[in-house]
Design a protein around this ligand. Structure first.
Ligand SMILES: CC(C)(CO)[C@@H](O)C(=O)NCCC(=O)O
Ligand code: NA
Length: 614
């Protein structure tokens, strides 16, 4: 039964993988040759600001759902039970807040990049620091995204490692460079569907091979894999309701509220309403994505509970997921290929968003302000060159991820919370606190990043006992390592600080930036509300303290609304309520329908396969 003993991949599997790459290329070519043929930066970077809500919402999911999540979530559920599933609670506020606070502010300012906001609100220096921080974060993230699936697949099945990395990296670079944001969004739509199909195939076949839904349920129940709500308030507990449901909101805000990849999609929408609607539509699909990966982990547990697989090729729980998938799907021609297509769809859709958003911020925030007289044709050409360069840089980053070894994957994911949190803090400081000035923002961001890295590196060094796998110049490495460990091996107080759950990173780092930013702003002379550019503030404090008397409210907090009259506001609230209701009805309908279909399919398959084998 060991999938490594036999040929898992048939010609048809390779064909399916090739079709995925070819179809993505085709979409890129189509948008290179149709419409305005990508001759303006408005089209190349902003999709002509003409997108509808359906493609935008699917693209929003695809941006931050990479193979890291497709492999990582089932592994997490397999080893630690379903507690992680409660992150679904964070999706509610994590999407409502972007829809009703961040989208209106960005959309009405008609910015092209989220960082343009920082210059309007603070100063050019804050904008550049924000941009550089974002570039740092995304460049590391894209290397991990392209390397992870190739590495895991190679470890278990021997699927060519560097060939896959090169093929995905180059194909993605090509269609992103040729077709611009329109191609990125429409390939995301296609790739999201493939992603769901691949996971569904594993679940359906897995349930069938494990003995049916009832059997799976009995095994995971007896194996204690169904976790109840853990209300332990300890912030060092990795996954509890608080870390996932509250800390997760900050993670979601840093991804769906202020990350350029997502902000760019909101801004590419036809209207503001369409952008808000697409954000709402992320909710059911993201829940579905989470449910699929969690159920996959449960089926995997039902399959292997009690069995010892440490002798097999699967050395880590991540490899175990791939092992499980191949164990389920081999002998069913086409399905292993579908799962590989699923993994690489997840990776492609994430790195294409990274290339395009990186090209946008580099162009809009770093180059255009220096050369305001640049012609449109030249700016577009330069944007394409930038998208391509980031694509090639991604390959280099994949190689760097490889050099640093397996444990660095975890490090890279932590950097996500370590860098995303301070950026979120910077935007919150600007939008919600009228007194914040640009010195406060700069110092806040720097202190926030330093504390974030101190915490992140401290936690990695105090937790992992394995030395860093660097072979060259061993003496120097050991000396540096000893010095670092001496610096970080402090008594229990700091140890406790280092063991803060990684789910709190975004929230903690965001709060540091806001607090330091406010303290410095008050020390250096707070900004007066009337000096702040109109439209850059959101009256959060005014709304939170709505019970205070009017004059106190005016004095304490910004209460200027985003240029709306009362009747317009009531109108908007009513419309939003209608949209919410509509989506709740639609979603429950779709869920019921899908559940029925899936159960029916499973039952049919079950009868179909079970009878002959008895
Ligand atoms: C965005 C969430 C938290 C949504 O569940 C998840 O997809 C995630 O942690 N994504 C980041 C890791 C990745 O998939 O690349
Ligand atoms: Na993705």
């Amino acid at each position: 039964m060991d999938p490594s003993d036999q040929k898992i991949f048939t010609v048809i599997d390779y064909v399916i993988f090739a079709v995925l790459l070819a179809a993505s290329m085709g979409i890129g070519l189509y948008y290179a040759l149709s419409g305005g043929r990508q001759r303006t930066t408005q089209e190349f970077l902003m999709a002509d600001r003409s997108m509808g809500c359906l493609p935008v919402s699917l693209s929003l999911i695809a941006s931050f759902q990479s193979a890291v999540a497709i492999i990582g979530v089932p592994a997490e559920i397999y080893t630690h039970g379903t507690q992680y599933w409660f992150i679904g609670c964070a999706y509610i506020l994590g999407l409502l807040i972007p829809a009703h606070i961040f989208i209106p502010v960005f959309y009405r300012l008609r910015v092209s990049s989220a960082y343009q906001y920082l210059e309007l609100r603070f100063s050019k220096a804050v904008r550049i620091c924000g941009t550089l921080t974002f570039i740092f974060q995304m460049v590391i993230y894209m290397g991990v995204c392209v390397y992870t699936p190739a590495f895991a697949l190679n470890a278990v099945t021997g699927f060519e490692l560097w060939g896959t990395v090169l093929a995905t990296g180059l194909v993605c670079t090509l269609y992103t460079t040729l077709g611009g944001l329109k191609a990125v969004i429409w390939t995301d739509v296609f790739q999201t569907v493939v992603m769901f199909a691949g996971q569904l195939a594993v679940i359906v076949v897995g349930v069938q091979k494990t003995g049916g839904v009832a059997d799976v349920w009995r095994k995971v129940w007896e194996g204690n894999r169904i976790s109840g709500l853990d209300l332990n308030p300890d912030p060092t507990e990795r996954h509890t309701f608080w870390t996932l449901g509250v800390g997760g909101v900050f993670l979601m805000l840093s991804l769906y509220g202020v990350n350029q990849a997502q902000v760019q999609r909101y801004l590419s929408s036809r209207t503001e309403k369409e952008a808000v609607r697409s954000c709402y539509m992320v909710f059911p699909s993201l829940q579905l994505a989470l449910a699929l990966s969690c159920v996959m982990g449960l089926v995997m547990f039902a399959r292997y509970c009690g069995e010892d697989h440490s002798d097999k090729l699967a050395s880590s729980s991540r490899d175990m997921v791939i092992y499980f998938v191949m164990d389920m799907l081999h002998g069913l021609p086409g399905l292993p290929g579908l799962f590989i297509a699923c993994l690489f769809s997840a990776a492609l859709s994430t790195i294409s968003s990274a290339f395009n958003s990186l090209a946008t911020v580099t162009m809009e925030d770093l180059i255009k302000p220096q050369y305001p007289a640049m012609t449109e044709a030249r700016a577009t050409l330069l944007s394409k060159v930038l998208a391509m360069s980031y694509g090639l840089l991604c390959l280099a980053m994949a190689y760097l991820t490889h050099l640093m070894g397996d444990s660095v994957l975890q490090v890279a994911l932590k950097i996500f919370g370590m860098v995303g949190g301070p950026i979120l803090g910077l935007f919150c400081l600007g939008m919600f606190f009228p007194w914040a000035n640009s010195i406060g923002a700069l110092v806040g961001l720097c202190v926030g990043l330093v504390v974030a890295f101190w915490l992140g590196i401290g936690s990695i060094l105090t937790r992992s006992t394995r030395p860093l796998p660097l072979e060259c110049s061993a003496n120097v490495t050991i000396a540096i390592q000893t010095a670092i460990s001496l610096f970080f091996s402090q008594p229990s107080g700091l140890k406790r600080f280092y063991s803060l759950s990684y789910m709190w990173y975004s929230g903690f780092n965001c709060t540091t930036v806001i607090l330091i930013g406010l303290i410095i702003s008050f020390l250096t002379g707070p900004t007066k509300e009337e000096d702040v550019m109109p439209g850059t503030l959101y009256p959060l404090l005014g709304k939170l303290f709505c019970f205070l008397p009017e004059h106190l409210k005016k004095k304490l907090c910004c209460v200027t609304p985003l240029g709306q009259t009362v009747s317009e506001k009531i109108d908007l609230i009513a419309k939003n309520l209608a949209t919410v209701l509509q989506f709740i009805v639609n979603t429950s309908f779709i869920y019921t329908y899908l559940t029925q279909k899936i159960l029916k399919l499973i039952t049919t398959l079950h009868i179909h396969f079970k009878i002959p084998s008895m």
